[in-house]
Design a protein around this ligand. Structure first.
Ligand SMILES: [Zn+2]
Length: 199
């Protein structure tokens, strides 16, 4: 019998087996869905990226501290954009607790977090420009993350109806995050690419 969301939410030992059942719905770009209470596995992954020379050690320390606030974690770095690598998605206990039922959980995981892994693996195809390894370094990390979040929240909102979610407060919560990223402006001087992307 496959593990159900509510069982996984209740019982810690069922969380990883439940996540395995979702891999069939995840796009190619997802390396794994990893239950990570305490963020130990994502920290190990960060160390691995540092060793590979893909993550600046100082930035890596900051990323580790930042993660403790999150529900889910996909590591987004300029050095990972459009490299065709697959990316793990880390899920905290809060990531289960905060979601009312499976549709909300799938919305967050597959319509938002997996959208990040697609952007990272394939490059970021906005209407006007493609961000890949040739131009990503013209973006500050904040700009890169902001673009990725705008796109993921838009995608998540666009698929709420498909997930059977009509909860206005969830929609509002997502829209609030989206507006936050949409209104973010960066201090000057801005690169040409940052200007092109509306910062
Ligand atoms: Zn996100």
């Amino acid at each position: 019998m496959p593990v159900l969301f509510n069982e996984a939410k209740e019982h810690d030992e069922l969380k990883q087996p439940y996540l395995e059942t979702l891999m069939q719905y995840a796009p190619e770009s997802v390396a794994g869905l990893v239950y990570d209470p305490g963020w130990t596995q994502s920290s190990a992954y960060i160390d691995h990226l540092v060793k590979e020379g893909l993550f600046d050690p100082q930035e890596a320390l900051r990323a580790k501290a930042f993660q403790f606030n999150g529900y889910y974690c996909v590591l987004a770095l300029p050095s990972l954009v459009a490299t065709k690598r697959k990316h793990p998605i880390f899920i905290s206990q809060k990531g289960f607790d905060v979601m009312k039922d499976e549709s909300y959980f799938l919305s967050s995981l597959l319509d938002h977090e997996a959208f990040h892994t697609d952007d990272l693996a394939n490059g970021i195809h906005t209407g006007s420009v493609i961000i890949d390894s040739s131009n990503v370094h013209a973006l500050r990390l904040k700009a890169l993350i902001c673009i990725m979040e705008r796109r993921a929240y838009k995608n998540q909102i666009a698929h709420l109806a498909d997930r059977g979610i009509s909860d206005k407060s969830f929609m509002k919560w997502l829209s609030w995050h989206l507006e936050d990223y949409a209104s973010l402006s960066l201090p000057d001087p801005k690169t040409e690419l940052e200007q092109q992307l509306g910062f």
